[in-house]
Design a protein around this ligand. Sequence first.
Ligand code: HAM
Length: 493
Amino acid sequence: MSHLRAILLVGGGGGVPCPRPVAQGLQPSVQDRTVNWKSMTESKKTPARPTLKAVRGTRDLLPDQTPLWNHVEATARALFARYGFGEIRTPIFETTELFARGVGEETDIVSKEMFTWEDRARAASEKAQSLTLRPESTAGVVRAYIEHKLGETGQLQKLYYIGPQFRRERPQRGRYRQFWQIGAEVIGPQSSGSESPLRDAEILEMLASLLDELGIRDWRLELNSVGSSEDRVRYNTALREALAPIKHQLCEDNQRRADTNPLRVLDSKDEADQDLINALPKIADYLGPESKAHFDQVLAALDACGVPYHLNPRLVRGLDYYTRTTFEFTVTTGLGTQNALLGGGRYDGLSEMLGGPKAPGIGFAIGEDRLILTLQAQAEADAALSGATIPPAKLDAYIAPLTPAQNPAALALARELRTAGLSVEVGDGSFKLRKSFDIADTLARHIILLGEDEVSTNTATVKTFATGQQTKLEQNLLSGLLSQPHPSKHDDA
Ligand code: HAM
């Protein structure tokens, strides 16, 4: 019995008991599975099973999409390295308590959107734990900062991450249940300069440079200061007082927020509530002298770097850990209502909220799905304007063995050329010359024909599609020919 078949039949447990089915009827018994497997393979009468689809709010990224994702990620990695950031990879799930304490129990993320499960105790001595797929990465990064005592180095930690996040939101364009973030955090003891307004401005300038380098054209930086925790206590009191007489006029969600977390009312998109919300007290009027001076220095540094910004007194963000500088970059192309490309801010008290030492920090997370949608929408708009279409990237060569006898030589040649850094596909085994030419022409810039004669003389016949030229040459000269820049028919003229 093959290993794969054994896994299909009994779960591959080699003596280890199978885990119990979570819900009755979902997992067939070992015996049932044996019967199903046999009937799948042997009986034609088995009714067709419904096809399985990706879970709502999740997506597959196919090979025609991933090059753009890789380009974006490579550009970000290279830029982050120039600013002294190193990569951190934290687990995709953490204890639920981390997010409850870090992000805040009253936030939409924690109260409504987390994928949480009770993880069973493995031994009698262990307790069951509540675990959660990470809805964001800042809390995990700060947990790692505390756990690995990174603060004891005395150095400022500049950490970046790229990875999936999970929120149970209503899916729509630009909003998914599994989405990717490219984020970074700057955190350290006060003595490392982690609280300096220079850090805030550097992060914002870095983001502006990244979006420019990626070719995002119409970004807009919205900026605010939500003050220190002391400023926020005074502002919250003022907000509660202002909300009390008008609360009954607000939508249900905002009435609840007015009681539990009045700052969140400012974040509301409810159309009917906008006039009332705009008339509420502004946080800028409640900033203490230190917060105000800090924010003024951030703005002065941005002015000096020439990074444009728009002050938005209602930008409080949907996570509880923020203090002082908060920001979002929005775009007008491609995202519709989900127009926040990225968001971030300062979180000077987060480490202490998680039981760690004082470690002020600031960071951001880019919604990578939204960044890609924006780039695609821009490219489509450009193509529509110029009437151009974007040609797919082609391989360097397609090797066509002329008979099965040349298969081994074709694979050996492909290996040699790939080792030399060229992109190569090997023929499909149909050994039909016309078909090979057609496939090669759509996939690659050259076709390499390998017949009996070529193999015995260590040569190859190569046709360059762009020029129509065909030559026979020694195989050791192939990589030189294939790596020549794209010729065009006009080059011959
Ligand atoms: P956030 O604003 O919750 O902040 O998320 C950052 C970005 O992730 C958003 O601006 C958006 O582009 C993207 N995003 C959020 N939810 C979704 C979704 N359901 N589908 C697609 N994209 C989404 C944070 O996550 C903070 N941890 C940022 C931060 C880092 N603050 C300080 N350091």
